[in-house]
Design a protein around this ligand. Structure first.
Ligand SMILES: NC(=O)C1=CN([C@@H]2O[C@H](COP(=O)(O)OP(=O)(O)OC[C@H]3O[C@@H](n4cnc5c(N)ncnc54)[C@H](OP(=O)(O)O)[C@@H]3O)[C@@H](O)[C@H]2O)C=CC1
Ligand SMILES: N[C@@H](CC=O)C(=O)O
Ligand code: NA
Length: 437
């Protein structure tokens, strides 16, 4: 590499700081391994008064991201501010200026990827986004490059570190939900808006990107089924354990024979014996089944400063390798290759289920619920009254039904009827029971 390439960072929070530190530590090693030499030239932040790393020269900072993108010394723009508005402008401006982009922003690419990938194609300038899915696990490179000779049959993943961390702390340390979330924020795992972590959307954004990589078309997020961990209670976690399962926020991506793609994110019961069951805390894992490779599992830290920086730095090196060498149509970033594809209607998906009902403690409740299920033709694998069943003073109890495989649409319609029963006090809580291979 003839010249040192200039890096412009937009964002110097958890991940941006990690990128600075990782480059400082390993720059020599990267140079020896790849011949690539980079230097961070400008950094955009929001609050100029915040205390920063001492060794970063103050003149590198600006509050105007345009100064970063337009700086003639900046060859590669790294977007690490998050969100889908200013981040969009930064990425679009960089691409328009012919500067390769590195980003960890899954929300941006899942929500506005159509515009950005089309600009990437038009400007023949790549967007690299390894950090956007599963933090430090090189899953983007795997699906995009290493599995290029495979038809991807399915991917099942635990890909939100924050919710996985919360579930574990609730299970093992008996922490309340808010306390566990506070810890995840403290550790730098959570999004600036942690709602996205707990309502399933952060994981869903990542699953959308994985599906786009695997099947080649841009996915409309409104077509994707997403549920988070907000309604998971320790009752469910304990109950899953009794039945030989663990509760995880699971993303499932699967191609069906008719070419439709099943794509969903929800809290699920997965068999305790499956390898994904032991993925705990901030760790993520993605099980990929390719027609040639068979099943492979990718495991590692899904969030946090250093693991995420690891992926950003790898992308910076990848981007640096292409600067100055690009010919039209030759960039090595991802581009969608199909105009359209079909996401399977969630109502047509089928699994067994665990459903928890909050019911009034009165005779005949089980029979009334069972009757509605029987009318719908939904088989019952078991019924249980897991908590406060022994409390003689309790007016309300949790009643759990394990159900055999049926269409989700049928279950939904039937649950609406059950919810209307006077003995049922709240919207039933549904977990998929995943038959993972
Ligand atoms: N944290 C993690 O584990 C992971 C995060 N990511 C993604 O990486 C991105 C960054 O996350 P993270 O580092 O945690 O976020 P932080 O909230 O820690 O940092 C955000 C940074 O962006 C700066 N910023 C925000 N808005 C602007 C603006 N309008 N102009 C200039 N600077 C701005 C902030 O400035 P200031 O410092 O002044 O507040 C801060 O430095 C997000 O897209 C996130 O989804 C991906 C994988 C893992
Ligand atoms: N908030 C995210 C960060 C990484 O993408 C998570 O918790 O997984
Ligand atoms: Na990754």
């Amino acid at each position: 590499m003839e010249k040192t390439l200039g890096i412009g960072l937009a964002g110097f929070g958890t991940v941006g700081t990690g990128v600075w530190e990782t480059l400082e530590r390993n720059l020599e090693l990267i140079l020896k391994r790849t011949g690539v030499e980079v230097e961070i030239k400008r950094i955009a932040v929001r609050d100029p008064k915040k205390a920063r790393l001492k060794d970063v020269p103050t003149e590198a900072f600006t509050t105007d991201w345009l100064e970063v993108v337009n700086d003639p010394d900046v060859d590669i723009v790294v977007e690490l501010i998050g969100g889908t508005t200013t981040a969009f402008d930064i990425v679009a401006s960089a691409l328009s200026a012919g500067k390769p982009v590195v980003t960890g922003n899954k929300a941006l690419l899942a929500e506005r990827g159509k515009e950005l990938f089309s600009l990437s194609l038009e400007k023949d300038t790549p967007i690299h986004f390894e950090a956007a899915v599963a933090g430090g696990i090189p899953i983007i490179k795997t699906v995009q490059d290493s599995f290029v000779g495979n038809q991807i049959e399915s991917m099942a993943g635990i890909i939100n570190g924050t919710s996985n961390y919360i579930l574990q702390r609730m299970t093992e340390a008996g922490l309340g939900y808010e306390e566990a979330l506070g810890e995840a924020q403290q550790l730098g795992y959570a999004e600036a808006d942690p709602t996205l972590d707990v309502n399933g959307w952060d994981a869903a954004h990542k699953a959308i990107l994985l599906a786009t990589l695997a099947y080649g078309f841009i996915i409309d997020p409104t077509k994707v089924y997403v549920r988070g961990i907000e309604r998971v209670r320790s009752t469910d976690i304990e109950f899953a354990k009794r039945l030989g399962f663990v509760v995880k926020l699971l993303c499932v991506v699967r191609e069906h024979e008719d070419g439709t793609i099943e794509l969903r994110t929800q809290p699920s019961f997965i068999p305790g014996s499956h390898v994904l069951a032991s993925v705990n805390g901030v760790f993520n894992a993605v099980a990929v089944i390719g027609d040639a490779a068979g099943e492979s599992l990718f495991y590692g830290r899904g969030a946090g400063k250093d693991p995420t920086a690891s992926s950003v730095v790898a992308d910076i090196v990848e981007a640096a390798r292409s600067v100055g060498e690009m010919k039209p149509g030759s960039h090595r970033g991802f581009l969608p290759y199909k105009d359209e594809g079909k996401i399977m209607d969630i109502e047509d998906t089928q699994t067994p289920y665990y459903v928890r009902f909050d019911v009034t403690d009165e005779p005949g409740v089980v029979a009334k619920i069972a009757n509605e299920l029987a009318i719908a033709g939904i088989g019952i694998a078991g019924t249980h009254s897991p908590v406060n069943a022994d409390d003689p003073d309790a007016d309300f109890v949790d009643m759990v039904f394990q159900l055999h495989t049926c269409r989700f649409g049928l279950l939904k319609d039937t649950l609406k009827k059950i919810e209307a029963l006077s003995c049922v006090n709240a919207r039933p809580v549904v977990f998929r029971i995943e038959n993972l291979t």
